[in-house]
Design a binder for this molecule. Structure first.
Ligand SMILES: *[C@@H]1O[C@H](CO)[C@@H](O)[C@H](O)[C@H]1NC(C)=O
Ligand SMILES: *[C@@H]1O[C@H](CO)[C@@H](O)[C@H](O)[C@H]1NC(C)=O
Ligand SMILES: *[C@@H]1O[C@H](CO)[C@@H](O)[C@H](O)[C@H]1NC(C)=O
Ligand SMILES: *[C@@H]1O[C@H](CO)[C@@H](O)[C@H](O)[C@H]1NC(C)=O
Ligand SMILES: *[C@@H]1O[C@H](CO)[C@@H](O)[C@H](O)[C@H]1NC(C)=O
Length: 879
């Protein structure tokens, strides 16, 4: 067996030597026929509905020169190309017609210098038609092959690829290409908002015993899946089949004393790369100015929070990314966009080019107070984008340092935007947390914290660290959490909680020291956040035993204990293994707790997780965590998470905080901590796609509290956040094995309008809080394949308007009760699929236009929160 194997290898090796000599003997001419079948379809539609077409023809290859290194100059000529459609039965193109495309093809002569299986040089007519040139390059690429088991790097029409050759027999060889460079590619790394792309490129080459090509079967099979929607994706196949007709004729040769002189005789031909090229023809594109006229209505203020505005933004974005600053300036300055300035700011931010930033800078003035809302809207939307430009980060950083910004809110927002952008910047190719601009900004944050003279000032820069998430600042944050006053300690813990658990593992002891207050006292929020982190660090059985014995301790902070119980129960609900361990620990301690009375403790804090979206939409869950102190909310978060397999991505976080209110509300006897700040304060903290925004403070100080909220002025719903931000942002452009350019893009946007109202009555001793989160979601994805003869495209969109309503009734008349209700109304999810086929230069053939509409009804929910909440709701409503 082994002997046979070695023999085969030797045989193959000999073959290779003969290939270089005999495959293209000087003065010979060979003819190959070819067929190329292309199919593309959207997953939802069956293969029988694929857009399919075939091109066929002949290629004549003549060996016109041989140099003294056994390199050959080959002349290629393309003959009688044909195009067929509709399962290849119909031949729509009338090739007797004197159309321009026919002439173009008939004259398709091109040359290559071929040596030992590699196309070292190629020569084409100086035509500007990149589409035709790519087709010619694809033919040259077929003739690039090795007859050996080997791994190498090759350039061809697919890009620069890793290529593996496998000899199946002495005349049959496999060529497998992988990791090819794309013409253009960018993607979002957050997996739930990403795509799965599987590219397969395999060629089977069969040769004569002399190593001449007999048949060649090149097949590209590519699959594209959009992670958020299980049923959405595309498949594309292109099979290129080449067959020799077996005859060898004589041909004319070039007489020249070296290769250089031989090449000189090819008049009118220029040397070109075999890699694919594309030159964008923007002449026919609509301008953004014109497009905005059509979509203006769909971006009106009433449409924020609706799917139409999300979809309109995506449509404008595609044009916007190709637009010049002057056009973008025109749309900002247009009188007709005055009413929708906020949405225009979202658009500029989503475009994320240097041109769009220039449009912003030359129309907006940071010191103009009247424009503050719009400026902040731009900055907040900018922090979400996944393609931050270094020049834009630098520019905003300069504004922050040099422009002497007086407005504290603007300063805060600038810090948060730069931090978020720097974080995204580290994900770009060749960038990291060691990149110059990122290090510079990190140092700026650290210096600013040290030079602040008050805690509110420090908090701004600590939030900057929270958004930046540089692993180099963990130690600093831990120090702040351990040693600084409550306000700073809590801010540092919030920042730490943003980091992935792998990075926090090393500081487990410190978090235990905070939660158990081993060395000193901590704010209850610092403790509950430390607990959140400890529970993320995969607690072991002994950790769980420690938690349970803490519950029996004499710590008077019963809300912290309740919070712990709630979190343990939440984890047990989600994870069977955790539940087993917890039950085991509890049962070893039967006298104090068992599973059934676990949680029957004093305290109103809650923690729970519920599904808020599932098939046919994305998988999404909602996590609500409410830390209560003295009968009032101290720290509450509702997180919306998008899930894909094990990965989670927070698309929105609604946080509420309050402090110093207990004295107004409760007769509660919970221990008063003398270190705690008793200033009455309340506000909202929002994070859009993981980027924490400047907090919105409802009131700070007793005077504001009494004057503003308690008089009932906040009883009208007011908008807390409006904005349209990008979700999916993926583009990938490369050439198929036939030179056609495949362009896959998937863009998503979320249009959000969050509004709320608070009514507090001192007389009835109750409060009503309502928060309505309107979301319009849109996904716009296209897959197009363009070749010189035919261009095809599938475009699909998915739209929906999920809404979440949070209502909370608080009764603090006698014994405090809080009833929370979380509801989602019925919604429709709409999927539209459009299919287009165009035959660019023929007027005779009717192009295909097809639309498929699908609608899914998604029923609403009233989430069952927990038993304690139900009891309290019943208590409140029955009164
Ligand atoms: C959602 O979760 C279900 C159950 O785990 C899974 O079968 C499905 O593939 C998921 N859908 C998406 C879009 O990830
Ligand atoms: C604007 O939105 C409406 C639906 O609200 C839609 O019918 C219309 O096609 C949209 N306009 C454009 C130009 O997309
Ligand atoms: C910005 O506005 C301020 C006051 O509104 C004005 O003093 C300043 O000159 C303006 N700057 C620019 C660059 O337009
Ligand atoms: C990354 O760096 C390498 C080496 O410094 C360079 O060759 C390559 O072009 C860079 N890539 C990008 C995308 O900047
Ligand atoms: C969903 O679509 C149906 C018609 O197909 C319509 O009657 C219903 O009002 C829609 N629901 C929502 C919430 O838009």
């Amino acid at each position: 067996m082994a002997f046979e194997c070695i023999c085969r290898k030797i045989l193959i090796f000999m073959c290779l030597l003969t290939v270089s000599i005999h495959a293209f003997e000087l003065g010979t001419e060979r003819t190959f026929s070819f067929v190329n079948d292309v199919n593309l379809y959207e997953l939802k539609l069956s293969t029988s509905q694929a857009i399919g077409y075939r091109t066929s023809g002949e290629i004549k290859v003549s060996t016109i020169y041989e140099d003294n290194e056994h390199g050959f100059l080959l002349r290629f000529e393309l003959l009688s190309p044909q195009l067929y459609m509709e399962k290849f039965k119909v031949q729509p193109m009338d090739y007797d017609e004197k159309s321009s495309i026919l002439d173009k093809y008939k004259k398709s002569i091109f040359y290559a210098y071929w040596k030992a299986g590699i196309i070292e040089k190629s020569f084409i007519k100086n035509t500007k038609d990149s589409s035709l040139n790519n087709f010619l390059r694809s033919i040259l690429s077929l003739f690039q092959y090795q007859l050996l088991d080997t791994k190498t790097t090759e350039k061809d029409i697919s890009g620069t690829c890793q290529v593996k050759y496998v000899a199946k027999s002495s005349t049959k060889f496999l060529k497998i290409k992988s990791d090819c460079t794309a013409i253009e590619q960018h993607e979002r790394l957050d997996q739930p908002l990403g795509n799965e792309v599987k590219l397969t490129r395999v060629t089977v080459i069969e040769t004569s015993t002399l190593g001449e090509i007999e048949t060649l079967h090149s097949s590209d099979h590519h699959q594209f899946y959009i992670n958020a929607y299980k049923h959405v994706g595309y498949k594309v196949g292109s099979i290129f089949y080449l067959k020799s007709d077996g005859t060898i004729k004589d041909c004319e040769v070039i007489k020249a004393d070296n290769l250089e002189n031989a090449i000189k005789t090819l008049e009118g031909f220029i040397e070109t790369s075999i890699l694919p090229e594309i030159n964008f023809d923007k002449s026919t594109d609509v301008t953004i100015v014109k497009q905005l006229k059509e979509l203006k209505e769909n971006l009106s203020n009433e449409k924020v929070g609706k799917e139409t505005s999300a979809l309109a933004l995506l449509k404008l974005l595609q044009t916007g990314r190709q637009s010049k600053a002057e056009d973008l300036i025109r749309i900002v300055n247009a009188r007709t966009t005055k009413e929708i300035k906020g949405q225009i700011m979202d658009l500029l931010a989503a475009i994320q080019t240097e041109e769009s930033h220039e449009a912003f800078r030359s129309t907006m003035n940071f010191t103009n107070e009247e424009e503050f809302d719009n400026i902040e809207r731009y900055l907040q939307s900018l922090s979400v984008g996944v393609l931050p430009r270094e020049s834009v980060i630098k520019n905003i950083f300069e504004v922050l340092i040099n422009d002497n910004i007086q407005n504290e809110k603007l300063k805060d927002t600038l810090v948060q935007t730069i931090a978020s952008m720097c974080k995204k910047f580290t994900n770009l190719p060749n960038q990291s947390y060691d990149s110059e601009i990122v290090v510079k900004f990190k140092n700026f944050l650290l210096e600013s914290i040290d030079s602040c003279t008050n805690n509110d000032c420090k908090e701004i820069y600590i939030r900057g660290l929270q958004n930046l998430q540089s692993p180099n600042i963990i130690d600093k944050l831990v120090m702040l959490a351990l040693n600084e006053p409550y306000q700073i300690s809590v801010a540092a813990m919030k920042a730490l909680n943003q980091f992935p658990s792998t990075i926090l593992q090393g500081d487990k002891k410190q978090f235990e020291s905070i939660f158990y207050q081993q060395k000193k006292k901590f704010d209850t929020s610092a403790r509950t956040i430390a607990l959140d982190i400890l529970l993320r660090l995969k607690p072991e059985t002994k950790d769980i035993m420690n938690f349970v014995s803490y519950l029996k301790s004499n710590d008077p902070a019963y809300e912290v204990k309740q919070y712990l119980v709630q979190k343990l129960k939440m984890l047990a609900e989600k994870c069977e293994r955790f539940k087993e361990i917890l039950q085991m620990v509890l049962s070893s301690d039967r006298k104090v707790y068992n599973w059934n009375n676990f949680g029957a403790l004093k305290g109103l804090s809650t923690a729970l997780t519920r599904k808020f979206s599932q098939n046919p939409s994305f998988n999404g869950s909602l996590i609500s965590v409410q830390e209560i102190k003295g009968g009032v909310l101290k720290r509450g978060n509702v997180d919306l998470l998008l899930e894909h397999e094990e990965e989670k991505f927070g698309i929105f976080t609604l946080g509420l905080f309050a402090g110093g209110l207990s004295s107004f509300v409760s007769s509660d006897e919970e221990e008063v901590d003398p270190d705690e700040d008793t200033t009455a304060t309340a506000g909202m903290e929002l994070a859009v796609q993981g980027n924490y925004l400047r907090p919105l403070v409802f009131f700070s100080g007793q005077a504001q509290l009494m004057g503003h909220v308690w008089s009932g002025t906040a009883s009208e719903p007011t908008s807390a956040y409006q904005g349209i931000t990008m979700l999916q942002d993926h583009k990938q452009v490369f050439a198929l094995n036939n030179g056609a350019i495949l362009d896959f893009s998937s863009l998503g946007a979320m249009s959000m309008d969050l509004n709320g109202k608070i009514e507090i009555s001192l007389w009835y001793k109750n409060a009503n809080i309502e928060v309505v989160q309107n979301m319009g979601l849109a996904l716009l994805s296209t897959l197009s394949v363009k070749s010189p003869l035919i261009s095809s495209k599938i475009e699909l969109s998915i739209t929906q308007e999920p809404q979440i309503n949070l209502a909370s009734k608080v009764d603090f008349s006698s014994k405090t009760a809080i009833c929370m209700q979380l509801t989602q109304p019925n919604i429709n999810l709409t999927q539209k699929i459009n299919r287009y086929v165009d035959i660019p230069e023929s007027k005779k053939v009717k192009a295909l236009r097809q639309e498929v509409n699908l609608k899914y009804k998604i029923p609403g929910y009233t989430h069952v929160l927990n038993q304690k909440n139900n009891d309290m709701c019943n208590a409140i409503t029955s009164e």
